[in-house]
Design a protein around this ligand. Structure first.
Ligand SMILES: [Zn+2]
Length: 240
């Protein structure tokens, strides 16, 4: 491959390298995944909150159960300890039983209330668990896809680096130095080729005097009089 072709190829590789490195560093999938991880933490926090609410209600229901047993015990004890021949004692028992019945009503009412709340929380927990499972599956799939994409870009970068090394080995030291310097100055676009009398990057048509100056030099790679990029005079096609 001619010197000019090598330089142009090196430039193509370097431009692709820069593109792929930038794409790798700025993968939108990574930002998206970070956002999803934050959303996942929120789902977990919601689940913890619901769990705490359910535990509280289960505790209240247990307490109600204890109160109900106590009240029923009280009913039994009051009935057993009452002398049914004693009018005042029977009257007293009626009052006591009426109070206990009210307590039991209140307990039953509270229990219905808490049980409804418990059912509501359980439904919410179930929905959240289902949603979280789907969300996690999606995050796993997204992570896999992002890893594959990153691996693909990384493979491209490594391949380009090997190609780059191979071309650098074929370039004389002074050309390497000129290329690196021009690439830095011109943001990667170090080399242009002459198409007719027009350089391919700066597109400033060379005047006849410049053309004849350039024609006199025997070197294949000169410097563009306008933009000072490396200017490839003739190219030997794309074969390597
Ligand atoms: Zn130029």
């Amino acid at each position: 491959m001619s010197l000019g072709s090598l330089l142009l190829k090196l430039q193509d590789i370097d431009l692709a390298l820069t593109r792929n490195r930038a794409a790798l560093n700025a993968m939108p999938e990574i930002a998206e995944l970070a956002k999803k991880r934050r959303a996942h933490q929120k789902l977990k926090a919601d689940a913890t909150k619901l769990y705490a609410q359910r535990k509280d209600i289960e505790t209240y229901l247990k307490e109600l159960e204890g109160k109900e047993m106590d009240a029923n015990d009280d009913v039994r004890i009051a009935q057993q300890n009452t002398d049914s021949s004693d009018y005042r004692a029977v009257q007293q028992l009626e009052i006591e039983l009426s109070n206990l019945a009210k307590q039991l009503d209140k307990i039953a009412f509270d229990r219905r209330d808490y049980e409804a709340k418990l059912a509501d929380i359980k439904a919410k927990e179930e929905y959240l668990a289902e949603y979280t499972a789907k969300f996690e599956a999606a995050v796993i799939a997204d992570t896999k896809a992002a890893r594959e994409k990153a691996a693909g870009l990384m493979a491209e970068v490594e391949k380009a680096q090997r190609q780059r090394e191979h071309i650098l080995e074929q370039l004389p030291e002074d050309m390497r130095v000129r290329y690196e310097k021009a690439a830095e100055t011109h943001n990667g676009l170090a080399v242009e080729r002459l198409e007719g009398n027009v350089p391919s990057v700066c597109r400033m048509a060379l005047q006849a005097s410049s053309m004849s100056d350039l024609a006199r030099t025997s070197s294949e790679v000169v410097e563009c009089p306008y933009c000072h990029r490396m200017l490839v005079m003739g190219e030997d096609g794309e074969e390597s």
